[in-house]
Write a protein that binds this ligand. Structure first.
Ligand code: IPM
Ligand code: MN
Length: 359
């Protein structure tokens, strides 16, 4: 198979984890005879520094011309404490999601038996957790009209949703549930918000089309609590943009390290794959970041291409490495390997014909 992949390393640890992900992708390509062509482009603070724009037109074009996008991470602390900043790195990612219509953000969360002691929760609570968050990504409060009053003393962010926006991601979530443990939880705030009532109404209307799926409705505050109390009760969580942002970060720590979790953002024509972690600027350039989330994002990309065997092989080998204790510093402070070593070991496991000499 031949594919064109846009590589957007972004900020902080983005470039180093993305490099390992590409290394692993190359090992897969070599083993299975695929041809992946990469085109790098600037995004985020890195793009602002060079061009003044967090998503230069050229980057958008590279993405439009590719079969998939591999994204690193975005964000730089120099923008965080300046509420008056006109341009921010995050705008690059938001504009990319909107321009490419990447409406469904899929974030799987599962436990690794060997890492269960890393969870901030008791082992008995975490055991067996295997859930996936379907987060709507191009609507809601993130993209509603926003502004300030003339005197600057008040501000607003509008939250809008249409039935169509809800339906398209709900369909994906229902189908995912059918292929998993057949449970779907809609997380909303229908006791307060009109948009949430529209979500609930739309999902209720769809439910009879999926008689094998058990549908449950939870208010977001309760869902936040349930995730800590009994995370293994969840299968597919469906939710709007902002709740999904919060709930997916919360879910990610349950398993022990946010450095392990990949994500896929899917639209009608385009798709983007990225770790769910941020740019972790304190670790940038030190070769200590955990590249597993980026590597598993590549596995999600391969799955999306229909290359299931290849994806499975990455997942199995990551499991194997973690079991063997070959992990980065975030998971073992005493006995750890570097970010680039993770990529090297995995490439070797995936493609035995890769010469040791390469490392
Ligand atoms: C995420 C991030 C983004 C979001 C930021 C960087 C804009 O937190 O992908 O979850 O809020 O969606
Ligand atoms: Mn987030």
């Amino acid at each position: 198979m031949k594919k064109k992949i846009a590589v957007l390393p972004g900020d902080g640890i983005g470039p180093e984890v993305t490099k390992q992900a590409v290394k692993v992708l190359e090992a897969v390509a070599h083993r299975f005879g695929h041809e992946f062509e990469y085109e790098k482009a600037l995004v985020g603070a890195a793009a602002i520094d060079e061009t003044g724009d967090p998503l230069p037109d050229e980057t958008l074009q590279v993405c439009l011309d590719s079969d998939a996008i591999l994204f690193g991470s975005i964000g730089d602390p120099k923008y965080d404490n300046d509420p008056k900043a006109k341009v921010r790195p995050e705008q690059g990612l938001l504009k990319l999601r909107k321009s490419l219509g990447l409406y469904a953000n899929i974030r799987p969360v599962k436990t690794y038996k060997s890492l269960i002691d890393h969870s901030p929760l008791k082992k008995e609570r975490v055991e067996g957790t295997d859930l996936v968050v379907y987060r709507e990504l191009t609507g809601g409060i993130y993209f509603g009209e926003k502004g300030r009053s003339e005197d600057g003393e008040s501000a607003y962010d509008h939250c809008n949703y249409s039935v169509e926006e809800i339906e398209r991601i709900a369909t994906m979530a229902f189908e995912a549930a059918q292929n998993r443990r057949k449970k779907l939880t809609l997380v909303d705030k229908a006791n307060v918000l009109e948009t949430s009532r529209l979500w609930r109404q739309t999902v209720q209307a769809k439910a009879p089309n999926y008689p094998d799926v058990d549908v449950e409705y939870l208010f977001v505050d309760n869902a936040a609590m349930q995730l800590i109390l009994r995370p293994n009760q969840f299968d597919v969580i469906l939710t709007e943009n902002m709740f999904g942002d919060i709930i997916s970060d919360e879910s990610s720590v349950i398993t022990g390290s946010i450095g392990l979790l990949p994500s896929a953002s899917i639209g009608e024509k385009n798709s983007l794959f990225e770790p769910i972690h941020g740019s972790y600027p304190q670790a940038a350039g030190k070769d200590i970041a955990n590249p597993v989330a980026a590597i598993l994002s590549v596995a999600m990309m391969l799955d999306h291409f229909g290359l299931h065997e290849e994806a499975e092989m990455i997942n199995t080998n990551v499991d194997h490495m973690i079991k063997k204790g070959l992990v980065t510093q975030d998971l073992d402070d005493h006995n750890f390997i570097t970010c680039s070593k993770v990529g090297d070991v995995l490439s070797l496991l995936l493609d035995k014909t890769v010469s040791n000499a390469r490392f």
